[in-house]
Design a protein around this ligand. Structure first.
Ligand SMILES: C[S@@+](CC[C@H](N)C(=O)[O-])C[C@H]1O[C@@H](n2cnc3c(N)ncnc32)[C@H](O)[C@@H]1O
Length: 261
């Protein structure tokens, strides 16, 4: 059959096919733990730690998009957040579950689709890990107080921003926070215009975003802080590299009265 496009999702899926698939890249990436990538270390992002320290975020339900080996999800769970964490890579999810156990956090495997090998020996409740695309994960909640993304957005092809905004719209509670770290334009990442990426058929290792581009992309939300990530010393308890941009947004509480049938 040649005439396959009928829905918007069909168009998005067709466009996905113009780029190399995300897997098995990430599985291989996380399989080599000795590679010593800075974000392999079990440390939370410095910006996330500072939002928490400054009381900008309070424990509630959190969703970590593209959680990798779980370093931010585990930090949030250790502070009392109820966390769902999603990643495409089975290798990354298995590592995240291992880390949660090592941190003494029991794994809630009830509704997640992770490897489900957690024995839950700790006293705190660990994140629920889901091995899935962020666009397809079956989440136990419909609303989250915090949606956190460290380094996932910049690996998505441009058309998937449409799906990403729809996801935020679906899962972020009114008044809830959304925070993202992404390659900083001028520091790293591809600065080609979106259209050129389709002609090239490559994301060139990830897309760079400027503060204005993040502000424009997430213009439905109130920007609270947009700044470069603060570089951290290797012995710091926090993760921080200067080539990432960090941004914190809040979803406006709607003042519109609820519609009556
Ligand atoms: C640069 S890593 C960051 C991992 C983690 N957030 C951290 O900061 O340590 C990007 C992650 O996004 C995941 N990812 C990319 N596209 C995804 C998608 N569509 N759905 C779920 N995860 C995705 C990859 O598997 C990878 O683990």
């Amino acid at each position: 059959m040649n005439r396959t496009i009928r829905t918007t999702e069909d168009v998005l899926t067709l466009l996905d096919g113009l780029f190399p698939p995300a897997e098995p890249f990430w599985d291989r990436f996380y399989a080599d733990r000795s590679a010593g990538r800075p974000f392999f270390a079990p440390k939370p992002d410095e910006n996330l730690a500072h939002y928490l320290d400054r009381g900008l975020l309070a424990p509630g339900r959190a969703l970590d998009l593209g959680c990798g080996n779980g370093r931010n999800a585990i930090h949030l769970a250790s502070l009392g957040f109820e966390v769902d964490a999603v990643d495409l890579s089975a290798t990354a999810i298995a590592w995240a579950e291992e880390r949660a156990r090592e941190a003494g956090l029991g794994l809630d495997t009830g509704t997640g689709t992770g490897t489900g090998t957690g024995t839950g020996t700790g006293t705190g409740t660990g994140p629920r890990f889901h091995r899935a695309s962020i666009f397809e994960a079956e989440l136990p909640h419909t609303r989250y107080d915090l949606v956190y993304d460290s380094g996932c957005l910049h690996h998505l092809p441009p058309h998937r921003r449409v799906s990403y905004l729809a996801l935020l719209d679906r899962v972020l509670a009114p008044g809830g926070h959304f925070a993202v770290t992404a390659f900083a334009a001028g520091a790293t990442g591809s600065e080609r215009p979106d259209e050129e990426l389709y002609r090239l058929g490559a994301l060139e290792g990830g897309l760079a975003y400027s503060p204005d581009e993040l502000r424009s992309l997430f213009r439905g939300f109130t920007p609270l802080e947009i700044r470069p990530m603060a570089a951290q010393d290797p012995d710091s308890a926090l993760f921080g590299v200067p080539f990432l941009l960090t941004a914190l947004f809040q979803r406006t509480v709607s003042l519109r009265p609820a519609a009556h049938p």
